[in-house]
Design a protein around this ligand. Structure first.
Ligand code: SF4
Length: 266
């Protein structure tokens, strides 16, 4: 009698992988290999073939952002809201709530702070989770950047929306309650609050469908091609380490071909 076939295991992905893939699939490959090396494990093979044809744009289609709202100024919290989660791995997060409104959920303490979605092979940690007065959780992703600077760059709002949608899914799995939206909080402290703001990214069926399709697309992509564009490459981490031979620019404006010849280590 034949043993039943086990379903193929899903490639593990994180919100950060998704954001990086959205910018440049090859960057996602290099960044993940680096993370494995830092963690002391054998890095997964980089899928990008040596003779890959670079792309002009990311192959990932953009998330639905038509219902997103942008708010200027400092984000306040309501008296009925509670802070129920804060990423213990982040040292520089701002204080959002007074102590009497902090009620951290004990399920995510003591090494269990990563939200895992086994059904979708997805895991990660938002910076905060707020429980609203109606009981629904809302993930908050904190960025130190100016609300209106960098829209088309590495920390552009579209990339941040990808992260917010991904974190909504993880929070839904972790808390068993669907978030109505995710928040990206921009906390540039300069200018006495004039540069602060927050973006609310709704999490409905359209966003969930987009996320599911995006994860499937990333997993199905066997080439993870580079997208060499100055706006991507200038702030690319693997590029700063000299790991990409397709770079269109070097951090600080150096000659990309010099770095390519001297530092590339396939
Ligand atoms: S340097 Fe540019 S092409 Fe290379 S991985 Fe980074 S973003 Fe992609």
């Amino acid at each position: 009698m034949l043993a039943p076939l086990a379903p193929p295991s899903l490639e593990h992905l994180t919100p950060h992988d998704l954001v990086t893939y959205f910018r440049c699939p090859h960057e996602m490959e290099l960044a993940r290999a680096h993370r494995f090396r830092v963690a002391g494990g054998p890095p997964p093979p980089v899928r990008t073939p040596a003779d890959v044809v670079p792309l002009r744009h990311s192959p990932l289609f953009a998330p639905p952002i038509g219902r997103m709202t942008v708010n200027e100024g400092r984000m306040g919290v309501l008296a009925a809201e509670r802070l129920v989660y804060e990423d213990p791995g982040e040292d520089d997060l701002p204080v959002l709530f007074p102590p009497e409104q902090v009620q951290l959920d004990a399920r995510f303490a003591n090494g269990h702070s990563t939200f895992v979605d086994p059904a979708w092979g997805f895991a990660g940690r938002p910076d905060f989770v707020i429980r609203r007065s109606d009981g629904r959780p809302v993930p908050v992703e904190y960025k130190e950047t100016h609300l209106f600077v960098g829209y088309h760059e590495a920390h552009g709002r579209l990339f941040d929306a990808v992260q917010a949608i991904a974190e909504c899914r993880l929070v839904e799995v972790a808390f068993g309650v669907r978030p109505p939206l995710g928040i990206v909080l921009y906390g540039d402290a300069a200018g006495g609050g004039s540069r602060e703001g927050w973006v609310e990214v709704p999490y409905g069926e359209a966003e969930e469908r987009w996320l599911s399709a995006a994860l499937a697309q990333v997993r199905a992509d066997s080439t993870r091609a580079p997208v060499p564009a100055e706006r991507n490459c200038a702030s690319c981490g693997p590029n700063a380490d000299g790991l990409c031979r397709f770079a269109a620019a070097r951090p600080g404006g150096g000659d990309p071909h010099l770095g390519r010849l001297v530092r590339w280590a396939p």
